[in-house]
Design a protein around this ligand. Sequence first.
Ligand code: NAD
Length: 228
Amino acid sequence: MKKKIVVLTGAGISAESGIATFRDSNGLWENHDIMDVATPEGWRKDRELVLEFYNQRRKQAKNVEPNAGHLALVELEKHYEVTIVTQNIDNLHEKAGSTNVIHLHGELFKSQSTVDSSLVYEMEDWELKLGDKCEKGSQLRPFVVWFGEAVPKMEEAILVASKADIFIVVGTSLLVYPAAGLMDYTPLGIPKYVVDPNLPSTSPDPNLTLIEEKASTGMQKILEALIP
Ligand code: NAD
């Protein structure tokens, strides 16, 4: 039976594909205050601005390709049972070919009803407009978990993390909870790795290997360590 690897990824794994992280740009996300574009309050204040913000993210994501960091995770699947738990809303893990991805914070290329959160739709194109409605007649919103909203996939992610044989963290500042706490649910004593050019703070742990590099080169080191 293959060993289980669980990988927590954040905005940093997509940085080398050309998608900006937000902690690296002074807490602004593509020049927007996150309170305006990634909170329920922002949505109530100006739905048009929020729709346009995610339209631009979708337009951009359509034109970028996965990088060596994403591809290394696909390579790992040949030798391990890999589950990726991503905070990213882009689809670069899927585009690279990873088959088992849990999107904690939603998916850019899906829309969601504003009266019934179970109604989620694939988006054919990049644009979601005021007046686009769900089957129950309410305005569609981006299928994104905003700050202050519940993270429905967290339970599934915790279950997966609790059964990991190896845990890898790539490109996240580990500042956004509950995702940042996922490492705490892994079994005691398993090998853990953190890849990030600006390492986030973690508790001291003899089983934790810190790799202070970008996702592309850092993940290459992990492949060398984990694939015979
Ligand atoms: P973050 O912006 O808080 O942190 C990014 C981390 O990536 C930092 O620690 C930084 O040092 C690291 N980093 C920068 N370049 C890197 C590289 N080349 N390789 C590896 N690491 C690199 O991101 P976060 O922790 O994911 O939290 C931000 C939240 O914003 C997430 O919840 C996410 O939903 C959202 N977000 C998503 C995207 C996306 O989907 N691509 C982009 C920006 C923000």
